[in-house]
Each structure stands twice: as C-alpha cells, then as structure tokens.
Design a protein. Structure first.
Length: 565
C-alpha cells in the first residue's frame, strides 16, 4: 500500500492556497492601479479644459486657425495628450491633430474628454464649437509599469521564501519526528515492554510528546497487567497444589471427605470466576483509558488550533486598525493638495497667456506704458499666487511625509515634541477644517524626547479622531486641549476634550478590545485598545483616563525617555 506523507500533503494545500491568494491579490492591485491612474488622467484633462478653454474659444471666435493650431500643438507636447479635435458649432472639424478614436489597438485604446467652447457676447453665452482631448491606455501602462513589475516581483519573492520556509518547518517539526516515532514503535519487544518505552523525540512540548506520554503510559499499564496476570497465575498454581493435596487426602478418606471436597471445589470455581471477572474489568478499564486519552489529545489539538487562529485574526485586525488612520489621512491629504496644485496650474496657464500676448504686442510694436504696467502687475500677482500655493502644497506634503514614514517604521529617534505635534495637527488639517472644532497645544518649544515617533503620532491621531467621531457628535464647537511638559526625564502628555464624555460602564470597558458603541456604524472597538498597547508595550509608559457623562474626557499619559531605560 502506497504511503501518503501528511506533511507533504498539508504543505501542498497550504502553498496552493497561498499561491491562489497571492495571484488574486496581485491581480486586484494591478487593476486598482490601472483605474486609479486613469482617474488621475481624467482629472488632468479636466484641468487642461480650464486652462485652454478661454484662449481656444477666443481663437475660434476670431477664426484664428493659426493660433488654435499653436495651442493644440502645445497641448500635444504633453505626453498625456494623444489627440485633439476642434470643431465648430455645426460639427465641422476646424483642426485635428494626433490620434483619432478607432485607429488604435486594445492596448493603446483611446479615451478622453469633450467640452463645448462658450463665448460671451453682448451678455449672452454662445456655443461656438467643441473640443475633444484624447489620451490612451499606453499612457496609463507607462505610468504603472514600474508598479506592476514591483508587485509581480514582490509576489514571486514572497512565494519562493514561503515555499522554502514551509518545507523546512514541516520537515523539522512533523516529518522527521514522525519518522523517529514510527521507528521506535516498530522496535517494540512484547517479552520486555519496559525496554520498549519511547525516548523523548524533541525538547519542545507538543502533540508528539503527548502521544509519546500516552504510549509510555500504555506500556506501563501493559507491564502492570502482565504483573497481575502472573500473580493470578501464581494463585492458580497454588490452588492446583491445594487440590492435589486434597486429592491425596480424598484417596485416603473418600467417605469422610466427600462433602469437604465438594465445598473446596465450589470455592475454587468461585475464585476462578472472580479472577476472570477482575481480568475483564482490568481490560475494560484499559480500553476506556485509551479512548479517554485519545479524546483529550484531539480536544487539546483543536483548542490550540482555535487559539492560534484567534491570535492571528486579532493581530490582523490590530494592524488593519493601526493603518486605517494613515489611509484616511492619505485620502484627505491628496484631496487637500489638489486645491493648491490646481490653482498653481491655472495661474501658470494665465501667466503663459499673458506672456504670449505681450510677445505679440512686442513684435507688432504696439506696446504702451499702460500695457507694460498691466502686464507687470498681472504677472506679479500670478507669480505670488503660484508661489503661495506651491509653498502650501510643499508644507502639506512635508508634514504628511514625516507622519506617514514614522507610522510605517519602528525607528527610534530624538524628536522635538512641539514641532512634531504641529506636524501631526497639520496632517489632520484636512479632517479638522471640515468642522468648527479647535485644537490647542501648550508645549515648550525646547522639549526633546528619544522615543518611537510613529507610536506617538498614532496615539494622538486616534485620540483626536475619537474626539471628532464620538466626543463631538452633534456638537458644533468642540475644543481639544493638549498640555505637554517634561518632568524628571519623563514626558507628561495630558489630553482633554469638552465632548459628551463616558458613563461609568463605558469608562470601565474603554480599553477592552472590540468594545464599541458604534458597531452598527462600522466601529471596530480597537481605537482605545491600540492606544493603551502603544503606550504600555511600545513606549513603556502609563496611561490613565477620567471621564463623566457630558463632562468630556481626560487622558494622562506618562512616557519615559528611552535613552535612560
């Protein structure tokens, strides 16, 4: 009969499942990257519409085909733009440059955005034509090519590493111990069971050691049974000797001892019957013990598997909850940055148009002092607007970059607490500006701490988000006050809001995992639990909380400087 390796079969199933899962996740990530990039291109086309609409409308209205062609050629210089079609109000094509829909393959399929050219004349808005901006899948693929290579390479490396790791683990923890276990069992000596006991296979206490102990217990019971059987046999031999003695007496005194012999025979039969009953009882007990032991082994194994699965699930939930705030900040920060970038693009386009008009008047020698002053004033305003918005976008990116890098890294470094708190609040600005709530920070600008900046950022972000979502629900003007001071090489961080607060019951369960009052709204109940774990386990600090209903909540957090631990 062919023997199937349990470890090899289990390894194949685990690796097959992991390969399918990795392939699916990688495919989904590539598709998501494609649609995300396409959405960005659509937004860029919309921005181009705002940029060229006015100048192109003026060129079409003035029948200045040369200027329209110049504008279109300038747009075609942008790698994203693959084709442009300009038509008048009757649908007649005025000019058409680049690629046209229907002339491309699937991998270079065109898509785009059309918009009308509207001209205001005598207080009325007139449609004088349409413009179609086209881009293609080739642009999308060129942007996400590196991401695709990275995703595929990452999946291949992880799969290869896991194959090696699982193969090594299964051989070490299952295949080799089972082979040694089997070899020792095959060498059992029924004449001397005591010498056939299993020796310890490994030093780690696991199911194989439990099976080994059960087998050795069975050997002990077998030895005890043989001992009792030998004792019973000895008693039987002694009884037979007594019978022989009685037989000799019976031969001499047959008449006198007939009744005595009958009683002795009956007594011997009773003893033999009792011995048989005891033997059967011992066999039944032995079978019952083996059945009970096997049941306990199976139950213990199931419980361990269940605990492992629960721990893994808990770890995944904690990691997902920790990264959820970073994902929320990323989405809102991207939306916030789009505003100054869009204004900068518009300002740049307007400045380019001013320069073009200035050059035309210069070449035509129609410049006047008033025209130069107007050009200088408008150019200065456009430049100031451009610098202001680019500086704003840069500040947002720098603050978010520091917070994002710290939250995805376990690096310990010296941080200026005042500056770091400002960066955290700056990263939350897209969230806070949607409300009328205020955050006040009282902190000495010279306080420095050697610690985990990512953990500190995660704690404050979770505290502020909890205040916004739970504490300030249905409250218009909430206030958060953060007091920070250094005392005896320990950082005291006191956080307080004037929100709804917590009842005594809610305060008791605040730091319990999965406890939430917003389960029906998608709450996970891990926010406060993660805060406590970060303070105690990651930062080696302490945390206390006081709250009453409708009187807000107050956290007192004490963090040591890790240079002195």
């Amino acid at each position: 009969m062919k023997i199937t390796s349990i470890s090899r079969k289990l390894l194949k199933k685990v690796l097959c499942f992991y390969f399918i899962l990795t392939l699916s996740v990688t495919g989904i990530q590539i598709i998501a990257e494609y649609f995300n990039t396409k959405s960005h291109i659509d937004n860029e086309l919309l921005t181009l519409e705002k940029t060229i609409s006015a100048s192109l409308t003026r060129a079409v209205w003035e029948l200045n085909t040369q200027q329209a062609v110049a504008i279109i050629e300038g747009l075609l210089a942008i790698p994203m733009v693959k084709g442009i079609t300009v038509s008048d109000e009757t649908g007649t094509i005025i000019t058409q440059l680049g690629e046209v829909k229907g002339d491309s393959s699937i991998t270079d399929a065109l898509f785009g955005h059309s918009f009308p050219l509207l001209f205001e004349f005598s207080g009325k808005t007139i449609s004088i034509g349409h413009v179609t901006l086209l881009s293609s899948n080739a642009v999308i693929f060129s942007r996400i090519k590196v991401s695709i290579y990275f995703l595929l390479g990452n999946a291949i490396v992880k799969t290869a590493f896991l194959i090696f790791l699982f193969t090594l683990a299964f051989n070490k923890l299952l295949t080799i111990p089972l082979r040694e276990f089997t070899q020792q069992i095959q060498q059992i000596n029924l004449d001397d069971p005591e010498s056939s006991k299993l020796h310890s296979i490994n030093d780690v206490k696991n199911e194989l050691n439990i099976l080994e102990d059960a087998y050795n217990s069975l050997i002990d019971e077998l030895v005890e049974f043989k001992r009792k059987l030998a004792y019973s046999q000895l008693e039987t031999d002694e009884a037979k000797d007594k019978i022989d003695e009685q037989n000799l007496l019976l031969e001499q005194e047959v008449a006198k001892k007939t009744s005595s012999l009958s009683r002795t025979m009956l007594k011997m039969k009773a003893q033999q019957s009792e011995l048989q009953s005891q033997k059967q009882i011992l066999l039944d007990k032995n079978a019952h013990h083996r059945k009970t032991e096997q049941t306990l082994i199976n139950t213990n194994k199931d419980l361990k598997n269940l605990i492992n699965e629960l721990n893994k699930t808990k770890e995944r939930l904690l990691e997902a909850e920790k990264m959820s705030s970073l994902g929320m900040l990323s989405a809102e920060m991207a939306h916030e940055i789009n505003t100054p970038v869009g204004i900068s693009i518009t300002s740049t386009s307007y400045l380019l148009e001013l320069i073009t008009q200035f050059k035309q008047q210069y070449h035509q020698q129609t410049l006047s002092k008033k025209t130069i002053d107007k050009f200088t004033l408008n150019a200065q305003k456009s430049t100031e607007l451009l610098i202001h918005n680019l500086k704003r976008a840069s500040e947002l990116l720098n603050s978010f970059k520091h917070i994002a890098v710290d939250q995805t890294s376990d690096k310990i470094r010296v941080i200026n607490i005042s500056q770091y708190l400002a960066e955290i609040i700056q990263s939350l600005h897209p969230k806070l500006k949607q409300t009328n709530h205020h955050v006040k920070i009282h902190c000495d600008e010279n306080i420095e701490l050697y610690s985990h900046p990512g953990a500190i950022a995660q704690i404050l972000i979770n505290l502020i988000i909890n205040s916004l979502v739970h504490g300030f629900e249905h409250i218009n003007n909430g206030e958060i006050v953060i007091n920070v001071f250094l005392k005896e090489d320990k950082l005291h961080l006191n956080y307080q809001d004037n929100g709804h607060g917590l009842s005594a019951t809610e305060l008791t369960h605040l730091f319990d995992a999965f406890y939430t009052t917003k389960e029906e709204q998608g709450g996970t109940g891990l926010g406060a639990y993660i805060i406590k774990n970060l303070v105690i386990d990651t930062l080696n600090g302490t945390i206390e909380v006081q709250s009453k209903k409708d009187q807000g909540i107050r956290y007192q957090i004490l963090l040591p400087d890790m240079r002195y631990n």
